[in-house]
Design a protein around this ligand. Sequence first.
Ligand code: SF4
Ligand code: SF4
Length: 133
Amino acid sequence: MKRPKLLETVLRNLVSKPATIQYPREKTTIEPDFRGIQYADLSKCTGCSLCSIECPADAIKMTPIPQEYAVPKINPRRLYPLINYGKCVYCYRCVKVCPVNAYIVTSKYDIAGPTRYTSEDLSLKTLKEVKSQ
Ligand code: SF4
Ligand code: SF4
């Protein structure tokens, strides 16, 4: 690069906006069809296991619903799909195959952290807790 060209580039960059953003202080723009984390609404889920069987990343483990939750009669086995977001590839196959449209999709993506992140809390929040007597 010739000197005058280099000087021109330096001066231009000094006054231009940065190409990067200060993530996570500054949030990134999310496209409307972005695939973020998804979880099953257990008021609709029948515990059929289809999403778990179809998952190409083996990220869904059918898991017993804890006793303190009231489970709808449509789910006699009291099982729910627990998603390990660390294994998920966000193909949304589970969302598409669910026969009762139980999946809730979100645009949340900032899930990195020191602990294993799963759909447990999100899914269990869709059920009512049974009051202890
Ligand atoms: S989005 Fe794809 S990889 Fe992730 S849990 Fe669903 S089926 Fe599995
Ligand atoms: S496919 Fe739907 S109904 Fe069946 S276990 Fe998965 S979320 Fe529940």
